[in-house]
Design a protein around this ligand. Structure first.
Ligand code: TRP
Length: 330
């Protein structure tokens, strides 16, 4: 058991895809077996784009059910809803006062939103709310509130964790040593996991396979994977095949070696290869998918787990907030 504290938040914006699973969720769940982990559903961070409460609530259940179904170790991991912890709003307010406005101006996501407006001939700040602008401060509050050492995030969130370090540094310099320095850990680029068209699996390319798609949909998606025009009898290079690239993330070493050999030998058509891939992914996901569906039909159970998580998270949050208030307010 490591004594490092791992923390990460997942925004409730919809069902993750296989790329998210392989690149982020699976390693996180693995890590939760050996690390004290704070894992929360970042519903407050979804508010700047989703203005429909029922959607946020539904997506929050989905992410929670998914993590539980995938085997998040609830002994080591504290699973909770970000908005349930009152201290987060307090710390966010306090951190505003040590955060330079210029730092927020440099945030990639804010700059991207301004660039989009400019390109469209709109006012630079059109449609940009303060939730987007101050997003990195709230994320810093998340990271610092739970004394995080390790923050696993996708590459797109790296700057935010660096901002958290900057803000913790300003705070410590002004008020004395109060916060630990969190380390970003950038997950394996999900670019390694190809989508249906062979490009990186990504919502924006519309080439994803949803993690818990019902069996029929999973099969349909896999059958739609784009292949080249080689005939069944042709020898094929597995490394060039999306089918094989996906298979690698779900099979054992022996199975992978065997599948690669079937590509190289010739005699296996892409239809057969897709069926083998479907059966493999389906066999790995069938059990967690059934558990996911069971939980989604019993949201009381999810509520109870989140309530327990909130209780455990609050203990740490209260201690940190007291420390910060003392440093700032005496
Ligand atoms: N901003 C992150 C994302 O969009 C989610 C998040 C919120 C987060 N708070 C966090 C991640 C704290 C790590 C640590 O993916």
């Amino acid at each position: 058991m490591s004594d490092k504290i791992v923390l990460t938040g997942i925004k409730p914006t919809g069902m993750p895809h296989l790329g998210n699973y392989v690149g982020a969720l699976k390693p996180l769940i693995e890590q939760s077996k050996s690390h004290k982990t704070f894992m929360f559903i970042a519903d407050l961070h979804a508010l700047n784009t989703i203005h429909d409460a029922s959607q946020i609530k539904q997506h929050t259940y989905e992410i929670a059910a998914l993590l539980i179904a995938l085997g998040l170790d609830l002994n080591n991991a504290v699973l909770f809803r970000q908005s349930d912890i009152n201290e987060i709003y307090h710390l966010n307010t306090l951190l505003n006062n040590v955060t330079p406005k210029g730092l927020m101006n440099r945030a990639h996501s804010y700059k991207a939103a301004m660039d989009k407006n400019t390109a469209a001939g709109l006012d630079v700040d059109a449609g940009i709310n303060m939730g987007l602008y101050t997003y990195p401060i709230l994320m810093t509050a998340d990271i610092l509130l739970y004394n995080s050492d390790i923050v696993p995030v996708g590459a797109d969130q790296k700057q935010h964790v660096e901002f958290a370090r900057d803000i913790a540094g300003y705070f410590n310099k002004t008020y004395g040593d109060t916060f630990k320095m969190p380390e970003p850990v950038i997950g394996e680029e999900t670019g390694l996991i190809p989508g249906l068209d062979g490009r990186k699996m990504s919502k924006s390319y519309d080439n994803i396979i949803p993690l818990f798609a019902p069996e029929k949909e999973l099969k349909k998606k896999i059958m739609r994977i784009i292949t080249d025009s080689k005939l069944p009898e042709d020898k094929k290079d597995p490394e060039e095949s999306t089918i094989y690239q996906l298979y690698k993330h779900f099979a054992t070493d022996d199975e992978i070696a065997q599948f690669a050999e079937m590509f190289r030998a010739g005699g296996m058509g892409y239809g057969t290869a897709k069926t083998i891939l479907f059966e493999k992914i389906n066999s790995v996901l069938a059990e967690p998918r059934a558990e996911y569906e069971r939980l989604m039909a019993n949201t009381d159970e999810i509520d109870a787990i989140l309530a327990d998580g909130a209780k455990r998270a609050s203990l740490v949050a209260a201690e940190t907030l007291a420390r910060v208030k003392k440093a700032m307010l005496g």
